[in-house]
Structures are given as C-alpha cells and as structure tokens.
Design a binder for this molecule. Structure first.
Ligand code: NAD
Length: 394
C-alpha cells in the first residue's frame, strides 16, 4: 500500500511514517515545518534536537533498508496537495527523481494542534483557522477531483465534544424529536479556537462524504503521552519531537518533565478536568487498525481514540508517586486556571470501537510512567524552566 502522511514531521507523524514503512508499505511524508518554526518563533524549547525530515529518512534507510519519501511543502497551497494525486510532486529526498503512484491511504495530521497557540491573540487564531481548514478543504477537493476512492484517516480530537452532561457517543447521536428520529453528528462545543477549527474540519469532511461519497475515518483522539515507539529504539536520532512547554507539550509529558527538573506540577484550578488519554504506541496501533479496516465508500466513520480517562489531579498524583519512587522531590501546585473550562464535570465517553477492531491498549501504569521518566531524565540539563508555564489566558 502507498500511504501518504500529511504532517509527517510532527510528534505523531514521524513515528507513524516509521511504523508503516517498517511494515513494508511505501510511505511518503509531507510537511512544511510549521511546528518547528512555531517552536522557534515562540521560543518553546524542545527536549532535544531533531534532525531534518530528510536526515531522518536517510538514517531510517541506513538502519532498516526502507525508504520514506520526503516532500517539503505547504498543504494550504492546493497545487502542493494535488501534486500527490497528479504525479507532479517534487521530492526532497531521496533526490533520485522517484515517482510514486497516488496514495491508497492518506493520514491527515497536518494541522496546528495547540489550544494555547490558537488563543495567543487574534493573529494566531487566524493562522490556526486558515491553516487547518485550508489543508482539510484542499484534501477534500483533491480527492473529489482526482482519486475519490482514497481512504482518508483524519485525526480529530475528543475536545470537539467538550464536556457535555450526557455520555459522549462515537461521532454520531440518534435524536428523537417530536415523534421523529434522525442521526446527527454528536453535538460539539469546543473550548478553544484550535478545537473549534477541528469541529469545522469535521463539518468540511462530512459535507464531502455526503456530497461526493468520499471514504473517511475520523479518529477523535485524546491527549497523547510518551516518547518511544518500537521503531525509534533503532537509533536515538529517530526519536520524535518532544515538547514540555505550555504551548505544545501535552499534560503527561509536561508533568514528567516538570518532576524531573524540580518544577512544581501545575494543576489548573481544582484539577477535576477529566479527559481520555493514550500512549503514543496506541496512536500507531489505532491508525494501523484503521488502515487495515478502511471506511467504506460514502462512509464517515468515527472512533473515539482514548484508552482510559483521568482527572488532571489524578495525573499529578501519579506523577508524584512515580517521581518520588525514583528519588525526585515532586510537589503539586494548584495555579489559577488560565483557561475557561469546567474544573469538575460529568465525563463518560464511549470508546470501544477501536478495541472491537483489534487495538490492545497500553495503560498508564506506574511502570509505564516510570519508563517515560527514564527516557526523559538523560535530557535533564537541557530542560528550560522558563518555558514551562507562561499562563496563556483564554
Ligand atoms: N498530540 C496529541 O496529543 C493530539 C491529541 C488529539 C489530536 N491531535 C491531532 O493530531 C494531529 C497531529 O498532532 P501532533 O501532536 O503530531 O502535532 P504536530 O504539530 O507535531 O504535527 C503536525 C505536523 O503538521 C505539519 N503541518 C501543519 N500545517 C501544515 C501545512 N499547512 N502543510 C504541511 N504541513 C503542515 C506541522 O509542521 C507538524 O509537523 C493534529 O491534527 C492534532 O490536532 C493530537
């Protein structure tokens, strides 16, 4: 299978590229370094230097013999998007004039993924909206015009649903109203501009499926944690980008990093915010199973991509327990919540669809968290305390 990964330089994109390449698929990655550039512009700090996409592809080939084709391009440009389906694509690496057939599957990660980034000010809000919606819309039109049987796997977010006072279904809700029934997208109520852009993505994709009978799987993912996958163990230079700052770091990764460097764990307000989480290894498994069992033509399929739920307070307590067992002096500090969000609420999402197609979860046990501590600890001297908490307000 030829798998095209949009956003293949990112936290999830690069491990996904190695995962599929290692299984013998043809893999092409495309990225415009939006994330790296944003980290530089906003002085976010990353845990370690990450080689360029072409360098990583070369290391991967040297170590495994597999080729990952690299394209550097901005997918908000419709011609860049369309070039993958017309064959006019320009490869950055390997530079041997390689030409691939159009992809069978597209995995769409190429978005601005941070809620705080989207609320820095109106300019970053605009960047988030225009970047995310243009990439998705360009993909929809490229498929409609050039290859409508391509299976798209898009990574949505559980944050689209918000924290409703009813159980969260997997994408759809059957509604009975005045004696009649119909099925609708589950109500969405995001708490940031980023999450709102993801809701709008979902609406663009639903329009495309209804109208042009495309085939799309939308994986409604929760915050991901972790650093290592089976493939990144092959060479330390293959590790994915790792952020621990307030803008691009996700909470578990941040808490572990804070514990290592002796920075109190920043629990926002009461810490009762409950979300669903998953290990980066399970992102790969979920996407892998979704590729193996594609949506049908004309189907807009949803899975809630989480493996378990925690409150922020529970995550902080777990980090404390594990950190202290490793000899770190870990403390929890409640800070005034810079976000507008419920700090205590009902939360009961359904998430058995991915298990039904064969995903076997990795849970966040003390042992698993300890392994992540041990992966981050060697970089202790590089951790910058000044980027950990900036208090970006909603
Ligand atoms: N990481 C998480 O915890 C998480 C949770 C839920 C959903 N998601 C979603 O998963 C996807 C991937 O997230 P991630 O954590 O890997 O983020 P990331 O920022 O590391 O990866 C996204 C990649 O897309 C690239 N990109 C962005 N705009 C682009 C454009 N116009 N053209 C080409 N490339 C572009 C970026 O440079 C980056 O490398 C995002 O859509 C995000 O919304 C992530």
């Amino acid at each position: 299978m030829h798998i095209l990964i949009l956003g293949g330089d990112g936290y999830l994109g690069w491990p996904t590229a190695m995962y599929f390449s290692g299984k013998g698929h043809d893999v092409t990655v495309v990225d415009n370094y939006f994330r790296r550039n944003a980290c530089t512009e906003l002085d976010c700090g990353t845990l370690f230097h990450v080689p360029s996409l072409s360098e990583r592809a070369a290391i991967w080939q040297e170590k495994t013999g597999y080729t990952i084709q690299v394209v550097i391009g901005d997918l908000t440009d419709p011609e860049v998007m369309r070039s993958f389906f017309t064959g006019d694509v320009t490869y950055q690496w390997p530079s041997n004039g390689a030409v691939c057939a159009p992809p069978d599957t597209v995995i769409h990660y190429a978005e601005q993924p941070s809620a705080p980034y989207s609320l820095l000010n109106y300019k970053y809000a605009n960047t988030t909206i225009s970047n995310n919606l243009l990439v998705t819309n360009n993909l929809m039109f490229a498929l409609k015009d050039l290859k409508p049987d391509t299976h798209v796997i898009h990574i949505g977010t559980m944050g689209e649903y918000g924290t409703p006072n009813i159980d969260i279904e997997e994408g759809w809700l059957e509604v009975e109203h005045k004696g009649r029934k119909d099925t609708f997208l589950f109500p969405r109520q995001a708490s940031s501009i980023y999450h709102t852009s993801k809701i709008m993505d979902t609406d663009l994709m639903w329009f495309a499926v209804r109208t042009w009978k495309l085939r799309i799987t939308n994986l409604m993912q929760g915050p991901v944690y972790g650093l290592e996958t089976d493939e990144s163990k092959i060479d330390s230079r293959l590790k994915t980008i790792f952020n621990y700052d307030e803008i691009f770091g996700t909470v578990v990764n941040r808490f572990i990093t804070q514990a290592i460097v002796g920075y109190p764990l920043t629990v926002y307000g009461q810490g009762g915010q409950t979300r669903g989480y998953l290990n980066i290894k399970d992102t790969l498994q979920c996407v892998g199973k979704a590729v193996q069992t594609p949506a049908k033509q004309g189907e807009f399929r949803f899975f809630n991509q989480i493996m378990e739920t925690f409150t922020v307070r529970e995550l902080a307590e777990l980090t404390c327990t594990v950190g202290r067992s490793l000899g770190y002096d870990v403390v929890i500090r409640s800070v005034e919540n810079p976000r507008k969000e419920a700090e205590e609420h009902y939360y009961n999402p359904v998430y058995h669809g991915l298990l039904d197609i064969g995903v076997i979860p990795h849970y966040l046990t003390e042992e698993v968290m300890k392994e992540i501590f041990l992966l981050i600890a060697p970089f202790k001297d590089a951790i910058r305390k000044d980027v950990i908490f900036k208090g970006i307000k909603w």
